[in-house]
Ligand binder design. Structure first.
Ligand code: DOR
Ligand code: ZN
Length: 335
């Protein structure tokens, strides 16, 4: 049976939530990953050094071992330099949400007024703190990410030394932006390497495939697959695994978010193997992120095997992507 070993896998965009949900989901990621970039969109969001430290402690308390590093983020606001200097050692990045763009993004940026943001972004640039961005406008749902490209350009041009990560990209337009500015990078989820809008609403409506940004067209999927499978050095894996309780997903007003944490590495192996690109997976799930963020994660070796894995119906009260279906690869061992 074919096997494949990954060293120090990282998930550079992960929602761990808090409380009982944190206790349910954190061990699933901590099991197979060396570390993950943890999103700050709690209610209320993570906006102070005390918030970051306390949240990190709650995460560490929820994971059964020490071989997992939660890389922390702060929710973007117009912070001053003294504040950022003080918090810098506790965080790996700052995450910017446009106000109201997605789950728990209230209080995000209302207006991309570069002058109003200059002090914060220059300070981040000086301190070497990357800016992670949820890049969607409030426009028509299929165009939100493409419309945001002009904002990425504005940020990239005005702050050429600031590392800007286009989070969970879903379009050909975003892929094309990568090579236009040295300081633009991107994360790609596993579900956006599998789904188009057809898999969300093209047949029966699939709430567990619904997320923001929504999955796009076949040509967008192809563009994402191209850069991921080649492990373009400016792209890294970020699952955007976003757990919601079953009753919030299978509901009118279905919450946005796809829960992939327990199956992400298996699905990535399946995809990369299908295209005969398994040799590039290490760069996509770890090496690129290490270079982009300048991090040295805890050693961990995860061996996957091409053996059917039937995805559990639920983890606690969270339904994962592909619940009840078989996927082609399983985790064999973690050392
Ligand atoms: O689908 C999403 N869910 N997209 C996001 O950007 C946030 C996330 C969440 O926190 O549930
Ligand atoms: Zn997210």
């Amino acid at each position: 049976m074919k096997t494949h070993t990954l060293i120090m896998p990282l998930d550079m965009h992960l929602h761990l939530r808090d409380g009982v949900m944190l206790e349910t989901v954190a061990p699933l990621s901590a099991y197979s990953l060396s570390g993950a970039l943890v999103m700050p969109n709690l209610v209320p969001p993570v906006t102070s050094k005390e918030d970051v430290k306390a949240y990190k402690e709650r995460i560490m308390a929820a994971v059964p071992n020490d071989y997992f590093e939660p890389y922390m983020t702060l929710f973007y606001k117009n912070y001053d330099k003294a504040f950022l200097e003080d918090v810098a050692e506790e965080i790996l990045a700052v995450k910017l949400y446009p106000d109201g763009a997605t789950t728990n993004s209230d209080g995000g940026v209302k207006d991309f007024d570069i002058e109003a943001m200059r002090e914060t972004l220059e300070a981040m640039s000086d301190l070497g703190i990357p800016l992670c961005v949820h890049g969607e406008t409030a426009g028509f749902v299929m165009d939100r990410e493409s419309e945001f490209m002009s904002i990425y350009e504005l940020l990239a041009k005005n702050f050429p030394d600031l590392k800007i990560i286009m989070e969970h990209i879903t379009t050909k337009d975003a892929v094309e932006m990568l090579d236009k500015y040295d300081n633009l990078y991107a994360t790609i989820t596993v579900h956006h390497l599998l789904l188009t809008l057809d898999d969300v609403i093209g047949g029966m409506m699939m709430p567990h495939h619904f997320c923001k940004p929504i999955a796009k067209r076949p040509e967008d999927l192809d563009a994402l697959l191209n850069v991921a499978l080649e492990a373009h050095p400016k792209v890294m894996f970020g699952s955007d695994s976003a757990p919601h309780p079953q009753n919030k997903k299978e509901a009118s007003h279905c919450a946005a978010g796809v829960f992939t944490a327990p199956i992400a590495l298996q699905l990535l192996c399946e995809i990369f193997d299908q295209y005969d690109k398994l040799d590039n997976l290490q760069a996509f799930v770890s090496d690129n992120a290490q270079s982009i963020y300048g991090i040295c994660p805890e050693f961990k070796e995860v061996t996957l095997v091409q053996k059917e894995f039937v995805v559990p119906e639920k983890y606690g009260n969270v339904v994962p992507m592909y619940a009840g279906s078989a996927i082609g690869w399983s985790i064999e061992s973690v050392e």
